[in-house]
Structures are given as C-alpha cells and as structure tokens.
Write a protein that binds this ligand. Sequence first.
Ligand SMILES: [Zn+2]
Length: 84
Amino acid sequence: MSAMRSCAKKPCAAPPEATIALRYEARTVVVGDLLSERDPNLMDLCRSHADTLRAMVGWRIEDRRTGPPSEVPVRLPEVEAAAG
Ligand SMILES: [Zn+2]
C-alpha cells in the first residue's frame, strides 16, 4: 500500500483528484488526471483546489483532465430546433 495521499494544499485533507505539473520552459501549469503513483516532482490536488488553481503571473493553466464529465454542461439539442 502506498502512503496516504491528500491534497497538497495544507491543511486541506481532501483526497486528491488531479495531478499538477509545472512546465517551466513553457510557463504552463498542467492540470491532469490523478496519477496512480505519487510523483515527488508533481503536486496532487483535490478537485476544488484543482478547479480554483491560479497560475502565477506570466503563466497559464492547461487543463488536460479527462475524468468523468459529470459536471460538463450538456449540449441541448433544443438550441438547434429553436432556430428552425
Ligand atoms: Zn484541497
């Protein structure tokens, strides 16, 4: 069993749902799906902290998460229907 993982934002103790990688050369904060193995070079964040992550000045955030799209808004077919 691996050591207990929790969100890197102390004292947040929520289970991590995303792994954050810093790409210094591209000045990009990459938000990815949680890795199954903890990488000491990366940061694990819970969902709410990953969602509210703010990039440093001059950096941008790239969200590459592909997890369950439960909160992705559903595209409604009525929009097209209304146009016709
Ligand atoms: Zn957290």
